[in-house]
Each structure stands twice: as C-alpha cells, then as structure tokens.
Design a protein around this ligand. Structure first.
Ligand code: TRP
Length: 448
C-alpha cells in the first residue's frame, strides 16, 4: 500500500485486470455485430488501424496521467492541470460511463437469460427461425430483460462493495485465461462448419467499396469502446498500478489481446452466420441468435452453451466494474462519500437507465430520439462521440500540455534502451499529431 491507496498486487494482476476491463461484450457481442453491419473485412481493417495507431498511444496517455497522479479522473486533472479546463475530460468520462453501463447491463442481462436457457436446452428449439422467435419473444416480454438487467447490476454491486483489490483482481486472473480457452475451442469448431470459408472471406477480405463515413466512424468508435478508452477508465485503473508496471508493454499487450479476442469472436460467428443462412447485418441480436445454433451442433451442447454464457457474463462483470469504479472513485474522492454510499448511488443510476434501455426492445421500442431507441442512442452517443472526444482531448493534453519529463519518466520506467526511447518519441508524435488529426477527420467525415 503506497500512498495509502489500494494497489494491484502482482504483475499478472495488473495485466489481467486491465485486459479484464477491455475484454467483454465489446469484443464478443459488439465487434461481430458492428462488423456484420459495416461490411466485415473493411471494418476489421479500419478497426485495426484505429486500435494500433490511435488506441495504443491514447492508452499510454491515460496510463501516464493515472500512475503519475494516483487519483480518479477529476482529481488527476486537478493535479496535472490545476485551474485549467482539461478537467472536462473527467466529466465526459463520467457521463459516458453512466450511458455505457446502462445499455451494457442490458446485454449482460441477456447473457444471464441465456445461461438459464442453456440449462433448459433452449427448450429443444435449435432451428434458426426458432431461435430468432425466441429472442424476440424474450426481448418483447419487457419484465424479463428488465429483471435480468437489475439482477446483473446487483452482482456488480456485490463485487464493488468489497473494494478494488480483492474483488476485481482475483476474478480477472482466473477468468481471462478460461475465456481465451473456450473461445479457441469454439473457433476451431466453427472452422469445420460447411460455409466456414465464406465466413472467413467476409471477415478477412476487405471490400473497399463498403467503406462509407458511417463505417469509418463505427470502426473508430468500436476501437475506443473495446479498449475501454476515452473516459478515464484506464486513468482510474493505472492509478492503482505500482512503479514496476511497464506502461508501454501493458498498453501493447492490452490492445493485442483485446483485438485477438474480437477477431476470435468473428471467427466463431461469421462461419456460423453463413453456414446457417443467417444475415450478418442483424444488429445487436446477432450473437445471441447465432451462437445457440453453433452450440446445438457440438456434442454436450448444454455444457458448452452454459460454460460460454457464464464466462461472457463474468467478462461483462469485469468490464462494468471498471466503469462503476470511475464513478465510485469520483464520488468518494471528490464528493467525500463513503465507498458504500458511492457504490449505492452509482448502481442506482445504472438501474434506472438500464431498465429504460432494456425496455427499448419491448414497450419503449417506439420511443425514438434522432431515429434511435434509447439503447441505440446511448451506444451511439457514447461510443462514436463521447469516447473519441475524450480520446481527442487526452491526446492533446498529454501531447501538448503535460511536461515532457513526466511522459518520459512514466513511459520509460527507468529503462535507457534506445528503441524504447524511440518508441516514446513515436507515441508522443502520435499523441500530438496523428491521433487528434485522425479523430477530427473521422468526425468531420462521419458526422457531416
Ligand atoms: N471495453 C469493454 C468491452 O469491450 C467495455 C468497457 C469497460 C468500456 N470499460 C469501459 C468501454 C470504459 C468504454 C470505456 O466490453
């Protein structure tokens, strides 16, 4: 316990927790459905560009601020930029985390319903049409999705009140490797499906004619969302890092593993989509309609389906915990609330908004703002607008305003290797020019 604050205890813990925050529904649910809507290969290619050219440097920016200050987002900016307007990043982050956790909990709730349905063997329904109807009936029933959303948030609550170190670290350490393993098993299985090559072609062969402003904006939004980037989540997490953590290495590892999981999810989903004659552009329901038919083909389908949804549920928990942690750290350190009060408040807000999002698939389906349901609106505004704006400001701040000596000290961590120095130079260059210009360009191109 340096500075009297909790810290992650082991090296593996640091990486597992950071990857645990990044890996979640964003990779396994959001990536396939976004890639499905936005043309597959072209979307993946753009996404890779955004992850490594903008994502990694902005992860480093968040890490630098977090570990340097050892504080939550708002306090961090007060320390590094006293009296300046940069603190607005903290507010954007707070707002975005509230919106994201609301719709995210709905999908996490769906995973709980699917755990339950796995045990009943999907009541023997395995045809594609049957599974579509089942999902629609479930979503339209109103009370069921709302109930699961609330239950999910209660699980979130139980872990949060136990504190950072004990709750999150232990879970991520066990969970991440298990999730990887099961994904690899499913991916191998998907490759044996009859139309596997069509699916792989869709995912890996970019059709450049599919690139439109919305596709570019979507690919950037997906990169930010999947990396947990732009709202100070990683500032909060890295404030718990010890001096020994290599920030650049952790940034690359997080981006690499996170992208690997998303690609694996794509390799699982798209061969199945094409083999079972489904529509890749089905939207948020895609994964939930396609996967059960994948499992149905495996020996011991009930076990696989239950195991998968349990892991997905846990991976969602490690992600929502990271979002709640932003709000809790803020309420505690800025508003002088106790951990229990801060946790209550954060979970309560999420429940109210979350139930609203859950009902978007049922009785609130006709409530449209800007042509989007509450669920879609929260997703669109946070992923495609708030997170990139946060990333834009973070890169400008660290690139132009933060003392160079702080950046170098945090990133190099006492190393004097030449290539690491070069890498630091490259990252600073990205933060100063490439990231802000790209984000701005995508906005102008995508939103006009
Ligand atoms: N990255 C997580 C996922 O892919 C979601 C997430 C957790 C997130 N914390 C975040 C997204 C902070 C944006 C910002 O599921």
């Amino acid at each position: 316990m340096e500075n009297g604050r909790a810290q992650f205890s082991t090296k593996l813990g640091v990486v597992a927790v950071t990857v645990g925050s990044a890996v979640g529904l964003g990779n396994i649910w959001r990536f396939p459905f976004e890639a499905g809507i936005h043309g597959g290969g072209a979307f993946l290619l753009l996404n890779l560009f955004f992850v490594f050219v903008i994502g990694v440097p902005v992860i480093c920016a968040e890490f630098i601020i977090g570990r340097h200050t050892g504080s939550n987002v708002r306090t961090a900016f007060r320390k590094v930029a006293p009296g300046k307007a940069w603190g607005v990043v903290g507010f954007i982050g707070l707002l975005a985390s509230i919106l994201i956790i609301s719709f995210y909990s709905v999908v996490a709730g769906w995973t709980m319903e699917y755990i339950y349905q796995s045990f009943t063997g999907f009541s023997g329904v395995h045809s594609v049409e049957g599974l579509h109807d089942r999902f629609d009936a479930f979503a339209a029933s109103n009370w069921r999705p709302a109930m699961w959303t609330v239950l999910f948030l209660l699980c979130n609550y139980v872990i949060l009140v136990r504190g950072v170190e004990k709750g999150i670290e232990k879970m991520s350490n066990i969970l991440m490797p298990l999730l990887f393993l099961i994904l690899i098993i499913f991916a191998v299985h998907s490759l044996t499906l009859p139309a596997a090559s069509e699916g792989l072609e869709f995912l890996f062969n970019p059709d450049f004619s599919k690139i439109t402003p919305r596709v570019v904006l979507g690919a950037m939004g997906q990169a930010f969302f999947s990396l947990s980037l732009g709202l100070g989540c990683l500032i909060t997490y890295s404030s718990y890092f010890t001096r020994k953590t290599g920030l650049m290495k952790t940034a690359f590892l997080t981006a690499g593993l996170d992208t690997l999981v998303a690609v694996l999810a794509g390799v699982i989903i798209f061969p199945a989509v094409f083999s079972f004659g489904q529509e890749p552009a089905a939207g948020p329901k895609l994964v939930f309609e396609v996967l059960p038919s994948v499992f149905a083909n495996l020996p011991g389908s009930m076990f696989w389906s239950a195991a998968f949804f349990v892991l997905l549920f846990l991976a969602s928990l490690t992600s929502t915990i990271s979002m709640s942690e932003i709000q809790i750290a803020y309420f505690m350190e800025e508003r002088n609330m106790r951990r229990s009060g801060a946790t209550n408040l954060s979970v309560l807000i999420a429940m109210v908004l979350g139930v609203g999002c859950a009902l978007s698939f049922g009785c609130l389906g006709n409530l449209k703002i800007g042509g989007m349901t509450l669920f879609n609106l929260f997703d669109y505004v946070s992923s495609n607008i708030l997170l990139p704006v946060g990333g834009f400001l973070l890169s400008l701040f660290v690139g132009w305003s933060l003392k160079r000596s702080i950046i170098v000290k945090e990133l190099l961590n006492g190393s004097d290797s030449r290539w690491q120095r070069r890498l630091v130079g490259g990252i600073v260059f990205c933060l100063r020019f490439i990231a802000p210009v790209c984000i701005l360009a995508v906005f102008v191109y995508g939103l006009l």
